[in-house]
Design a protein around this ligand. Structure first.
Ligand code: SAH
Length: 461
């Protein structure tokens, strides 16, 4: 992170703005809105700026810039059309350890002005760290359209009743839960509709029955194969509501970053042949945390009900009457297929697709090999890297041609995705040479041939 976003309290603070043109006027308007005690230094200023200063109590110092103009200021902005003056202001501010912004010169800024969505007292700041103001502005218009104009009123309402609720609910978690419910439900709607009396009455009713608000719950969430953009809206919403997040190694860092900053994160990952936390213990942990009235997000790679043991995890919850929700996710086969240009079915190549576990118990496999012989079925092996030699051998033994195309997709949908292709006859040697890293998925069938033609996502070979 190149810039840390902070919200500055500037009320009555001395701020200096060097320059008096239209750009300076824009900055002056913003600074005056924040209540700064503004001193504009410029030999001449635009009439609009002069009027603005007159209306809002800013001061115009009719002079060219001198170093002493920075004395006693807390913030420095330079907006003159002259690079030498701007540089001088920058250098002087740096010497005094003052935060400085030179308009349109990111290299001369120790702070930048973000794009703003103003729903005062709610302020949303968007910054591209100076890389692309256009992108930041486009994002701003999207957010403008999304956040109702009356959001500020909602924040004022919450601010007014903060003490009342704090008094009624001294425990922090209970209070947060309370506000979350209030801010997304009918209370919020009443406020935004201008009926604050009604909203306040509803809020009082909720305070009388807080018990109902904070019972624990478990969300079993499919987190998809890796790319965070493949999360569902529901997954994001519940993840952000959770007090505790349980995750394993298939869940990527950027996805975990979407949880609340204060949420507790518990790693319960399993590595092959090294069960970090045994499954029964995970099941029990979910029950225990929910009984402590926590909202628990259990993140599973891909889809929770496809080779995810999701069924086992909710079995115990159901038995203990713990409320839960299961959120489907994009399974690795779908992610890998779409991101590597290998359609799972195709009119010319495959009329069906089968998801198979390649996880071998004691080096052998009890899979029903004879049922895999149809050339018109795509086979997808999860957890198949170790068993690859056996898979290639058994498929050939049971009627699949040695020339059948096969692909191994490594870390599908992430920036590190790699696709390795071969045939049932050649793949074992190719993989030995390429040394792919987990997680990997194996696809077998005519559809693999389409990879060369249809691949669009980077990182393939
Ligand atoms: N529930 C998961 C599967 C869990 S089993 C799902 O629906 O996707 C774990 C196996 O999934 C891994 O061994 C690997 O075969 C596959 N897998 C998961 N994520 C993957 C990814 N990003 N790329 C390739 N394979 C992946």
């Amino acid at each position: 992170m190149q810039y840390l976003p902070v919200c500055l309290q500037l009320r009555n603070s001395p701020v200096v703005l060097v320059g008096g043109g239209t750009v300076a006027t824009r900055k002056a308007r913003l600074l005056l809105r924040a209540g700064a005690s503004l001193n504009v230094v410029a030999p001449e200023i635009a009439p609009e700026l002069e009027q603005l200063l007159a209306e809002h109590g800013g001061h115009w110092q009719r002079a060219t810039y001198r170093k002493t103009d920075l004395d006693g200021r807390v913030l420095v902005i330079a907006a003159t059309p002259h690079r030498e003056i701007n540089e001088q202001v920058h250098d002087d501010a740096i010497a005094l350890n003052l935060p400085v912004n030179v308009v349109d010169s990111p290299d001369l800024c120790t702070f930048i002005f973000p794009s703003i969505v103003d729903r005062d007292p709610v302020i949303i700041a968007i910054s591209s760290s100076g890389r692309s103001p256009v992108l930041a502005r486009q994002l701003r218009s999207k957010i403008e359209a999304m956040v109702p104009g009356s959001y500020g009123r909602l924040a004022e309402f919450a601010g007014r009743l903060r003490h009342r609720v704090k008094e009624a609910l001294p425990a922090e978690t209970a209070r947060r839960l309370f506000w979350e419910k209030a801010m997304e439900g009918t209370v919020a709607e009443q406020v935004m509709g201008g009926r604050e009396d009604r909203a306040e009455a509803l809020l009082e009713d909720m305070l009388k029955d807080v018990e109902a608000l904070h019972c624990g719950e478990v969300y079993l969430i499919g987190a998809g194969p890796g790319d965070p953009d493949l999360l569902t809206f529901k997954a994001v919403r519940l993840l952000q509501a959770a007090d505790v997040v349980l995750y394993d190694r298939l869940v990527s860092g950027p996805i975990l970053d979407m949880a609340r900053k204060d949420a507790e994160r518990i790693y319960v990952g399993k590595k092959r042949d090294d069960h970090a936390v045994p499954q029964v213990q995970i099941n029990q942990l979910l029950v225990d945390l929910a009984k402590q009235r926590k909202r628990v997000a259990r993140l599973k790679g891909g889809d929770p009900f496809i080779f995810g043991r999701g069924g086992e995890e909710i079995e115990l919850l159901a038995r203990h009457d713990v409320p839960f929700q299961v959120v489907p996710g994009i399974t690795a086969a779908s992610g890998a297929a779409c991101y590597s240009g290998i359609p799972l079915t195709h009119r010319d190549h495959a009329q069906s697709v089968r998801f198979v576990t390649g996880h071998l118990k004691d080096g052998s496999s009890n899979l029903d090999w004879p049922s895999f012989q149809s050339e018109s079925e795509t086979l997808v092996f999860y957890m198949g890297l170790v068993g690859l030699p056996l898979i290639c051998e058994q498929l050939q033994l049971h009627g699949r041609s040695a020339a059948t195309p096969i692909a191994l997709i490594e870390r599908a949908t992430t920036d590190d995705q790699r696709v390795i292709t071969g045939t049932l006859a050649t793949m074992v040697d190719i993989v030995k040479r390429e040394q792919p890293k987990a997680p990997t998925l194996i696809m077998v069938g005519g559809v693999v041939e389409l990879h060369g033609e249809l691949a669009w996502f980077g990182g393939t070979n």
